[in-house]
Write a protein that binds this ligand. Structure first.
Ligand SMILES: C[S@@+](CC[C@H](N)C(=O)[O-])C[C@H]1O[C@@H](n2cnc3c(N)ncnc32)[C@H](O)[C@@H]1O
Length: 222
């Protein structure tokens, strides 16, 4: 049997794909991480449920065991958002194939497209917003930002480090707009904030920061 790595979307079960719902209904085992709400997991009525820790060692050990189980049972690994975006989905399938277990990835609605759609934030407009870059902790710094020339930047996994995001932006550019998006599709919000106000926010999870036109470069202080 194949192992299924399934996009759980940003949180609201209504944003699951039909394929994801079908696989959950058929699953014998469902594994999920802490950003997947219980409401989504509960769709798998007849499945044994396994919670996966997010530390790399715990994650990889749990995945190894699930791959073995997929040889004779219907195993679904739920990944928040889309499994291919900061979700190690392709890596999991590679591990499965190396052990002779076929693997299928089911795409999901990523949190950043959900944020853009639900709160009507234009990510691209073909004029001033021509491209998007996706960044995530720990690969976020002033040097990285100076290398990236995209009009829209989406920053993942920095919810606990918004002060750092604000400081890095202050070093590199005067962005035209910054949005803070918290708990999108889970009763949360996106709001436009100044980089200074962003730096004062704490304890918000899960959080995305969308930065637009971080292009007016500041000189590097020696
Ligand atoms: C490990 S990454 C997984 C990203 C996911 N694969 C996706 O496509 O959205 C987890 C990060 O995604 C973002 N995220 C996930 N769900 C979110 C939500 N409902 N609202 C805001 N940000 C979210 C946060 O930046 C969080 O720290």
């Amino acid at each position: 049997m194949p192992l299924y790595v399934v996009g759980a979307g940003p949180g609201d079960p209504k944003l699951l794909t039909i394929r994801a719902r079908e696989l959950l209904e058929e699953a014998d085992v469902v594994a999920y991480g802490d950003l997947v709400p219980e409401e989504v997991v509960k769709i798998a009525k007849k499945a044994r449920v396994v919670k996966i820790g997010h530390r790399r060692v715990e994650h990889d050990a749990a995945i190894e065991a699930l791959i073995e189980e997929a040889r004779w049972r219907n195993v679904v690994i739920l990944k928040n958002g889309d499994p291919t975006i900061f979700g190690r989905g392709v890596k999991v399938c590679k591990m499965a194939r190396e052990r002779g277990v076929p693997c299928e990835i089911v795409p999901g609605v990523s949190s950043f497209t959900a944020a853009a759609a639900l709160f009507q934030i234009e990510l691209t407009d073909g004029e001033n917003l021509r491209h998007i870059a996706l960044l995530s902790y720990p690969h976020f710094s002033a040097d990285i930002l100076r290398e990236i020339k995209a009009d829209t930047l989406v920053i993942f996994m920095m919810g606990d480090k918004l002060q750092e995001v604000s400081q890095v932006l202050a070093q590199v550019c005067n962005p035209e707009r910054v949005y803070l998006c918290v708990g999108v599709s889970l009763g949360g919000y996106c709001e436009e904030v100044s980089p200074e106000v962003l730096g004062e926010k704490k304890g918000l999870r899960p959080t995305l920061v969308i930065v637009q036109r971080c292009t007016s470069s500041k000189s590097i202080k020696m």
